[in-house]
Design a protein around this ligand. Structure first.
Ligand SMILES: [Zn+2]
Length: 284
């Protein structure tokens, strides 16, 4: 993107520019934003679409899968003609249609321990929109080591959860919340369990995109220190206070809370265990 807002930008982002919380300065912050979205599926679809629409200037997309017909019930980033294409390539095509001013880098690989740091390093923050626990743990470990915040989301059937994970800002990492990996029989099996209902990752992904925008803008109150759970079928929400575990096997011995680059982020200490859901129910 060009360094100054041009006439097209002024029109495209007119509704942002009128908001005191965004305005031209905020729009330029979004344009300078570098965000990696891990997963271009149910959660990644709204994340990627809304961040591109909002003018986040540099988007990375990691996904090793190809579009399947059964994905389209919820993965609205892709269309019927995309079945069989790599999700990264389909996503890039969609973003070119939506906002050609966004620089899109695609990574058609599975994020794992061996490549996680290399993938995460160029970005200011990361969206966890993945659908499996090995990727989630590898991403968490890399983000903790590189001191990058994760905007986390996960879904299961009719429920979802969303939060901001950043030990270097005083919040928890994923393993602070879920220290132990689940046993195999606790792992969700969408093929057996069904779901999620397509609107659930839609809703959670939109909330993740909103967290990214607030972090990039340095405005609003983020979910750092809070985990929001939503049951779409009863439309019941609950907010859990979560905090960093000093004994965490991932961030406990290394990460020290420091004044982060987003001092607007409000911290609320609290107990992490009270009613915390088991992650095996929320694989993504
Ligand atoms: Zn931790």
């Amino acid at each position: 993107m060009s360094p100054k807002l041009d006439a097209d930008d002024l029109e495209r982002y007119a509704r942002h520019l009128m908001l005191p919380e965004v305005g031209p300065d905020g729009q330029n912050k979004l344009r300078a934003g570098r965000v990696l979205c891990v997963g271009a599926g149910g959660l990644g679809s709204p994340v990627i679409l809304y961040l591109a629409a909002a003018g986040v200037g540099h988007l990375g997309i990691v996904d090793a899968d190809r579009v399947e017909l059964s994905n389209l019930q919820r993965q609205v980033l892709h269309g019927t003609p995309d079945v069989g294409r790599r999700k990264t390539h389909s996503a890039r095509s969609a973003l070119r249609r939506l906002n050609p001013g966004v620089e899109v880098r695609i990574h058609p690989v599975r994020l794992e321990a061996a490549n996680a740091r290399r993938l995460v390093e160029p970005y200011a923050l990361v969206v966890d929109a993945c659908d499996n626990l090995p990727t989630r743990h590898a991403l968490n470990e890399a983000a903790v080591a590189l001191r990058k915040p994760i905007v986390y989301g996960a879904v299961h059937r009719f429920t979802g959860q969303v939060g901001v994970l950043a030990p270097h800002w005083g919040g928890p990492c994923y393993r602070c919340l879920y220290p132990e990996p689940p046993s195999p029989d606790e792992l969700p099996e969408p093929a057996r369990d069904g779901g999620p209902v397509g609107v659930v990752p839609g809703l959670i992904g939109v909330l993740q995109a909103a967290e990214v925008l607030k972090l990039l803008l340095g405005s609003g109150r983020t979910l750092l220190g809070r985990l929001l759970e939503v049951d779409v079928w009863s439309l019941h929400c609950r907010e859990l206070k979560v905090r960093r575990d000093p004994e965490c096997p991932c961030c406990g011995s290394r990460a020290r809370p420091t004044p982060g680059p987003s001092p607007h982020v409000s911290h609320r200490s609290g107990q992490r265990t009270a009613g915390a859901p088991h992650h095996s129910r929320h694989a993504g």
